[in-house]
Design a protein. Structure first.
Lengths: 467, 176
């Protein structure tokens, strides 16, 4: 079969010998075996034990989330620890954290596509799914933090009985449009990529129920080349549109802070700093999901060591961008000569929330440095551990930005500290439950690997690569 | 009634060379069916580039213009609200929303127009009745010639497809 795999029979494809293109699908797989491996995951009658266990835990936390949201809505935002001056706490921290997670999925699906990085095909499907579910979790928080959620529709430009219209000069409204567009476009992009693969599952279906369910989702796809022609063009256009979109979304999220007057927020570095952080945190989440998934579902030949290694390199690079942004923030605070600005940063590093600041620095700047070592980049346990650290660090980054600035701004008489209540802690944990519940359902019912795309980058039978 | 003939080929390379010769043979109502987009097949089949990008461009312009118009009308005409003495109609403040609406409309058009131009969703098709065709989404490479093609002749076309290297040719029954 594939010439490339015969030359290097081992399962390690991390060599960077420029004279040879490293195979992206290992162990002599062909079109049929890729289909079989991926489809079997959704076709087996009983899911793996690990899946059932994980789903039970995740679904329980989703239940807790539901109860917490219900408690919040029926009682009021007073059940959270927010007050003046700290009126944003866990809610907006979680929002920015979850939106950021989504960015890696779009980077993999759109930006790496435009750059013709063929290794993206092994991981783009579940990274895009991660994006969708992370954005769902993100949208929850601004949705519930407004208090009287039944007035939510005021944010949308809808004709109403008050003859009032939203204020488009507010960055919070830009955010509504940015995240709403991001969710819609990501969903369309993801679903479009799924259509040919759902058609594969439809054609393999053995029961009538599956044939109808997957048949409806596949929309009658029959692999026609006249269809593929328009499909590929539409896919390219969507990638080209999603690329500036993803950069704009976290920029707009950062405008929520940067356009305010508060020390520590009012900074021009915020948009690129937030985008780099989002990609950093998002790739850590992709790694956190990819490492166990390839183990449990037997897709190590498609999500290969090379894929993991490439992602580790991106985590290392973006981690250093984030570290650079932390340093520049301090420099500018000093260089601006503004005493309030200077105080906010000294207070971040040595004030009452110093523990959060140094947790952030340790997780985001120090731990990714192990990826300089090739051995660390090829050890799944190390990768998983660093990914967990980075996720913790990126959550704390948003917490530090929001809480240190709000708790001590211009006027010492208005200073106050912030401690989350149990409701906020359980809501955060519940949002992880929701994310993993959705992700586990996706693994069970939809193809976790983009089969059609993986096949397109495989060497054709008879050893002749056609791309 | 015979809808057409379905011919299977061994791989992408065989399919492309067969498509070239079928195109040169003057057939018009035929299609290739593959599990993934095969590079070079568009040219081999003589498919002209789709006009989809122009539609998407138009939709993007509408989104941008519509977004600017909406913000101007709502904030400067219908409900002028004084915020920090800022001008009612302020272009810089309108850019993020206009940009997002550009992307939103263009993206939905890219997907929607692709589906409409492809005639999807379509849940009933003669090819779906063929057992062989089930593998078209896994690892089989097909060419389907419709009986509606002016050059179609059951025996002659079948022989032509075999001469192009088809490993097997089956008749597909049904109404299009």
């Amino acid at each position: 079969m594939a010439v490339a795999t015969l030359e290097r029979p081992s399962r390690d494809n991390t060599s960077s010998d420029p004279a040879r293109r490293a195979p992206l699908v290992l162990a002599g797989n062909d079109y049929a075996s890729v289909t079989e491996k991926v489809c079997r995951i959704v076709e087996v009658r009983k899911p793996p034990r690990a899946w059932t266990l994980a789903f039970t835990i995740a679904a329980s936390f989703t239940g807790i989330l539901g109860l917490m949201v219900l408690y919040l809505i029926t009682t009021g935002v007073g059940v959270w620890g927010l007050n003046k001056p700290v009126s944003w706490g866990f809610d907006i921290t979680n929002f920015v954290f979850w939106v950021g997670i989504g960015h890696a999925g779009t980077l993999i699906s759109a930006i790496l596509y435009l750059f013709r990085q063929q290794w993206r095909t092994g991981i783009n499907r579940f990274a895009e799914a991660m994006t969708i579910f992370a954005v769902i979790c993100a949208l929850l928080f601004p949705g519930i933090h407004v208090g009287r959620i039944w007035f939510e529709y005021w944010i949308a430009p809808l004709p109403n009985q008050m003859s009032m219209w939203p204020n488009f000069r507010s960055p919070l409204l830009w955010d509504f449009f940015a995240v709403g567009t991001y969710f819609t476009v990501s969903l369309v992009f993801w679903y479009m990529g799924l259509i040919p693969d759902i058609a594969t599952i439809r054609d393999r279906a053995t029961t009538k129920a599956r044939r109808i369910a997957y048949g409806l989702l596949a929309m009658g796809w029959r692999g026609s080349n006249r269809h593929w022609h328009r499909y590929e063009r539409a896919y390219l256009l969507l990638a080209a549109l999603a690329t500036p979109l993803v950069l704009s979304v976290h920029s707009v999220v950062s405008f929520d802070f940067a356009t305010s007057m508060l020390p520590g927020w009012h900074a021009t570095i915020f948009p690129p700093y937030f985008v780099a952080g989002a990609i950093f945190g998002g790739f850590a989440m992709v790694l956190m999901l990819a490492v166990p998934c390839r183990q449990w579902f037997g897709v190590k030949d498609v999500i290969t060591p090379r894929h993991l290694e490439n992602m580790c390199k991106i985590v290392l690079a973006t981690g250093m961008m984030v570290g650079y942004a932390y340093a520049i923030e301090f420099f500018i605070a000093w260089y601006s000569g503004n005493p309030v600005e200077g105080f906010v940063f000294i207070n971040r590093a040595f004030g009452p929330y110093a523990w959060a600041y140094w947790t952030m620095v340790f997780c985001n700047v120090a731990t990714p440095q192990v990826f300089w070592s090739r051995r660390a980049r090829s050890n799944p346990w190390v990768i998983f551990a660093v990914a967990v650290f980075v996720n913790i660090g990126m959550w704390f980054e948003r917490f530090v930005i929001i809480v240190t600035t709000l708790s001590r701004d211009f006027l010492p008489s208005s200073w106050n500290s912030y401690t989350p209540t149990w409701v906020e802690v359980l809501t955060l944990m519940g949002s992880f439950g929701l994310f993993f519940t959705l992700f586990l359902l996706f693994l069970r019912f939809l193809p976790m690997i983009a089969m059609a795309e993986v096949k397109a980058i495989m060497p054709a039978p008879h050893g002749e690569a056609h791309r | 009634m015979t809808w057409g003939l379905l011919a299977e080929f061994a791989g992408p390379a065989e399919l492309v060379s067969a498509a070239e010769r079928l195109r040169d043979g003057g057939y018009t109502r035929w299609d290739a069916h593959t599990p993934f987009p095969v590079h070079g097949l568009d040219a081999a089949m003589g498919i002209r580039p789709t006009r989809l990008p122009w539609l998407v461009l138009g939709a993007g312009i509408c989104g941008c213009g519509g977004g600017l118009l909406m913000q101007w009308w709502m904030n400067a005409v219908a409900y002028p609200l004084i915020v920090s003495g800022k001008p009612f109609n302020s272009l810089p403040a309108s850019i993020p929303v206009a940009f997002e609406l550009t992307i939103l409309l263009a993206s939905l058009t890219a997907f929607g127009a692709m589906m409409v131009a492809n005639g999807l969703p379509r849940f009933r098709h003669p090819l779906f009745a063929s057992r062989e065709f089930l593998r078209a989404t896994t690892d089989a490479f097909f060419i389907a010639v419709e009986a509606a093609d002016p050059k179609f002749d059951l025996e002659a076309t079948e022989a032509a497809l075999r001469a192009l290297g088809a490993s097997r040719v089956v008749r597909v029954e049904g109404d299009a």
